[in-house]
Design a protein around this ligand. Structure first.
Ligand code: GLN
Length: 202
């Protein structure tokens, strides 16, 4: 049975567990290095990326988490999770796991007041697809190896680089969102096929 880890140091990990549970996927909270073993995939949830980074260091998980994802463990990062994955973080500059060849600007869609539901363009297999954006980061640059799966007003908001999927919005708060299906589909790929898609470091 597929077992997905959900980083549970801070943020909306419970919503991810509930959304995946509704899709029949078993999840495990990840709060320490040993809990990174025996997973088929991992979710980095939304929340406050600066706090998550501090807690990752406190739990001495920063390097181990980087290494499992760089080694090909499929990951879905949403909002703060995207910020953790991006190689460059601005507004303000911040450290990260340095895995996704992208630059993100924190809170660039505005404060809580400007948060809301916005239409997505792309090929998500569902007409009139929307995304819930909450103090969301804007992806301001992507490298050549990064594929755009959905955009908002022309900006990339859901991207893929090998086994890394990252969304600026919150599919876990949206019932059955196609982003979760795309992540689950990636988990079904045999490990050998995934190696060919490994998180690249262009
Ligand atoms: N604004 C948060 C950050 O910069 C992200 C918000 C979210 O995850 N909904 O970390």
């Amino acid at each position: 049975m597929t077992r997905v880890g959900v980083l549970a140091l801070q943020g909306d990990f419970l919503a991810h567990q509930a959304a995946l549970g509704e899709l029949g996927v078993s999840t495990a909270r990840v709060r320490k290095v040993t809990e990174l073993d025996h997973l088929d995939g991992i979710v980095l949830p939304g929340g406050e990326s600066s706090v998550m980074l501090r807690l990752l260091r406190f739990a001495q998980m920063h390097e181990a988490l980087h290494d499992v994802i760089a080694g090909g463990l499929p990951v879905l990062g949403t909002c703060a999770g995207l910020i953790l994955l991006a190689k460059q973080v601005e507004n303000p500059q911040q450290d990260s796991l340095d895995l996704l060849d992208a630059t993100v600007s924190r809170n660039a869609y505005g404060p809580q007041y400007h948060s809301g539901v916005f239409p997505l363009e792309g090929h998500l297999g569902m007409p009139d697809c929307t995304g819930i954006f909450i103090r969301a980061p804007r992806i301001t640059h992507i490298g050549a190896g990064v594929e755009v799966l959905a955009s908002r007003d022309g900006d990339p908001v859901f991207v893929r680089q090998g086994t890394i999927l990252a969304a600026a919005f919150h599919p876990e708060l949206d019932g059955h969102h196609p982003v979760l299906d795309i992540f689950l589909h990636a988990l079904e790929q045999p490990r050998e096929a995934r190696n060919g898609l490994q998180a690249t470091h262009p």
